[in-house]
Write a protein that binds this ligand. Structure first.
Ligand SMILES: C[S@@+](CC[C@H](N)C(=O)[O-])C[C@H]1O[C@@H](n2cnc3c(N)ncnc32)[C@H](O)[C@@H]1O
Length: 236
């Protein structure tokens, strides 16, 4: 899918996005809880880059937990970013946020960030070299030694396990209240518009993108999350 088509889908879903996925909160909350541990070594005034911030769920969690951290939300969908901004205003942390409508390439140059998040974003880049380039662009914005936490759908789609897990994942969506037509749309999207790759392959793409030692720290169904590190200057 082209980036303008992806943006159009999220523009269209933005106002009901949080409500639609509300019942999947346990999966998100566990990821955010562990994220705190992943980012445990960050300074008290850390600057965090959030690529594909969506409606700002990860920012909302971290902003509540770390009152001196600041956040740069990079999000191509203006409608998703608007939800993110309103959430920040309501939550009282908007003054600690920079909201960039667009892609990382157009984010104005600024001091290197202490950490980055990129949750459920790189999977939309179907071509592996372009996906590695996407991670490389994130790495270029981080200080040496900074940590990236990223998540994507991952599985070996040729395996029997994937067939079983996909059914379980679709059942989860039904339990979460996603209408049947929406569940079928997701099934089609996974086979056509989302690069669901084996976890080891995603880890190797993260490494090709300039991050060292990806660690798989979380899995819930098809969602896998890694942390990895931009190597120190003398190791690059
Ligand atoms: C599935 S949502 C996840 C949002 C949020 N990170 C979360 O986990 O709740 C993916 C988001 O990434 C954005 N996105 C897609 N491609 C992107 C890209 N190349 N760079 C930055 N954001 C992108 C979409 O507009 C969408 O808001």
């Amino acid at each position: 899918m082209r980036s303008d088509e992806i943006k159009a889908i999220f523009d269209q879903q933005a106002t009901c996005y949080d409500e639609r996925w509300a019942r999947t909160a346990p999966i998100r909350e566990a990821l955010h809880f562990l994220l705190e541990a992943v980012f445990a070594g960050l300074p008290a005034d850390a600057r965090v880059l959030c690529v594909g911030a969506g409606t700002g769920e990860e920012i909302a969690y971290l902003a509540r937990r770390f009152p001196r951290w600041s956040f740069t939300a990079v999000e191509p969908s203006g409608a998703m970013l608007e939800v993110c901004r309103n959430k920040a205003i309501e939550g009282g942390y908007a003054e600690r946020c920079q909201f960039h409508e667009g892609y990382l390439q157009s984010l104005p140059e600024q001091n290197a960030f202490d950490a980055a998040t990129c949750f459920l974003v790189s999977q939309f880049i179907l071509e592996p070299d372009a996906r590695a380039e996407f991670f490389r662009a994130i790495a270029s914005r981080l200080r040496p030694g900074a940590r990236l936490a990223s998540s994507d759908l991952a599985s070996d789609v040729t395996s029997v396990e994937y067939t079983a897990l996909l059914e379980t994942w679709m059942n989860m969506m039904t339990v979460a209240g996603i209408p049947a037509a929406g569940v079928e749309q997701m099934r089609t999207a996974y086979s056509r518009d989302v690069a669901v790759l084996p976890p080891e392959r995603v880890a190797s793409i993260i490494e090709s993108g300039g991050f060292a030692d990806p660690v798989l720290f979380y899995q819930a169904g098809l969602i896998h999350a890694w942390y990895s590190t931009r190597p120190p200057a003398d190791a690059q």
